[in-house]
Design a protein around this ligand. Structure first.
Ligand code: HEC
Ligand code: HEC
Ligand code: HEC
Ligand code: HEC
Ligand code: HEC
Length: 248
């Protein structure tokens, strides 16, 4: 940019207003710092397209487990792009964070508003979906307890921005973390299955292809969960499966 003659304003002040940004532009501008990338150019003007300027690290990197969960230090953006919520094109960082990095739904009473309005029915019937005895201390009460669990690497916290359900069956296969076992540390990965066999979830159904989660939660053996476990089953039978980022 050249200096404007004395006493005159330059024709373009290079001030970017984010007010009219699309969700994608918001995400790209936060992603310009919160992503593991090789930059393709020397600058990122907010509002530009992310992939024109950055080569994003994806799941071939050893800092990811094969199922896409974080293993090393990865920042947010790769995992975020695996979220079906994000693929809708309607979700942006600003929904949950202020521009000064504050998380908007810290207040316990408002915690599940993070998933509104899009999952309104699920939020309204949260207890039915969460399946935990309501009177026990420390039980998961928030959507993020299971869908965005926080883990740490090199003293840096990272919350799972894929928002995908915990998949103990993937832990068995890949050794990746799952929200259930992050709390139920006393169990090794097959824990939920054994808890189930001991009567925890009141079922003795034979092992179904959706693995430990559906054994735990028999009702979940319909609809949604099948899609995900499909990937795992194909892997267990020796067929290489595509990570969610690629199979979309
Ligand atoms: C110019 C680079 C840059 C941009 C752009 C940027 N951030 Fe950050 N952000 C950082 C750095 C660096 C940190 C770590 C600072 C620290 O540890 O205190 C951070 C920290 C955060 C944190 C964690 C705060 C905490 O208390 O732990 C959140 C949440 C966050 N940023 C969200 C966002 C969102 C949302 C956007 C887009 C509106 C954004 N950032 C844009 C560089 C950036
Ligand atoms: C701006 C809208 C929006 C918000 C907010 C949102 N989602 Fe979603 N989410 C979607 C859309 C759209 C889909 C894909 C269609 C569907 O399955 O309902 C989706 C799908 C999902 C899935 C299904 C994954 C699958 O493979 O079947 C999960 C799990 C999920 N969201 C969890 C969450 C959680 C937890 C939150 C809050 C922390 C959240 N979402 C916030 C829009 C949103
Ligand atoms: C105790 C852990 C846990 C909590 C807390 C939790 N979920 Fe889930 N969620 C799961 C598991 C496990 C699955 C996959 C199995 C299934 O489909 O039931 C799932 C599946 C989903 C799906 C996609 C699959 C489908 O059936 O459509 C959505 C959307 C979702 N959860 C949203 C939410 C929202 C919104 C909240 C908060 C009200 C929430 N979850 C709280 C564990 C949890
Ligand atoms: C549906 C809600 C939601 C959305 C949307 C969201 N985040 Fe987050 N984010 C969270 C939660 C929950 C935490 C953990 C907050 C806490 O407890 O401090 C978090 C934490 C973070 C942190 C701190 C490190 C970590 O992972 O715990 C960063 C950085 C961050 N988010 C960046 C982003 C960026 C960049 C985007 C958009 C690309 C984004 N977030 C979108 C919910 C969200
Ligand atoms: C935020 C922590 C947390 C998360 C996440 C969590 N749990 Fe729990 N869970 C608890 C606590 C606390 C209890 C109550 C323990 C007790 O009996 O005192 C419990 C109880 C249970 C029980 C016994 C229920 C009963 O009826 O007695 C089962 C089974 C269980 N959890 C399975 C799971 C599965 C499967 C997941 C993941 C889908 C999960 N939990 C996620 C904390 C958690």
């Amino acid at each position: 940019m050249q200096a404007a003659p004395k006493g005159q304003l330059p024709p373009d002040l290079k001030i970017v207003s984010v007010k009219k940004f699309t969700p994608e532009q918001h995400n790209a501008s936060c992603g310009s710092c919160h992503a593991k990338v090789s930059p393709l150019t020397t600058a990122f003007p907010p509002g530009d397209r992310f992939f024109d300027l950055f080569d994003l690290v994806a799941l071939e990197n050893p800092d990811y487990y094969p199922d896409g969960r974080d293993l090393g230090g990865n920042y947010t953006y790769t995992t975020w792009l695996m979220s079906p919520c994000v693929k809708s094109g309607k979700l942006d960082c600003i929904k949950c964070h202020t521009s000064s990095d504050r998380y908007r739904f810290k207040d316990e009473a408002k915690a599940n508003e993070a998933c509104l309005p899009c999952h309104a029915e699920r939020v309204a019937k949260a207890a039915e979906h969460i399946h935990h005895p309501a009177d026990k201390p420390g039980i998961p009460t928030k959507c993020i307890s299971c869908h965005m669990p926080m883990t740490a690497f090199a003293r840096m916290n990272r919350s799972d921005h894929s928002m995908l359900p915990p998949a103990p069956a993937a832990t068995l296969h890949f050794g990746s973390p799952n929200a259930c076992n992050l709390c139920h540390k006393d169990k090794d990965a097959p824990g939920p299955t054994r808890m189930c066999a001991s009567g925890g979830a009141g079922t003795t159904r034979p092992r179904s292809f959706s693995g430990p989660v559906s054994l735990m939660w028999p009702e979940s053996a319909t609809g949604g969960s099948y899609k995900r476990c499909w990937t795992i089953v194909r892997t267990q039978s020796g067929t290489k499966s595509l990570p969610p980022l690629l199979s979309a």
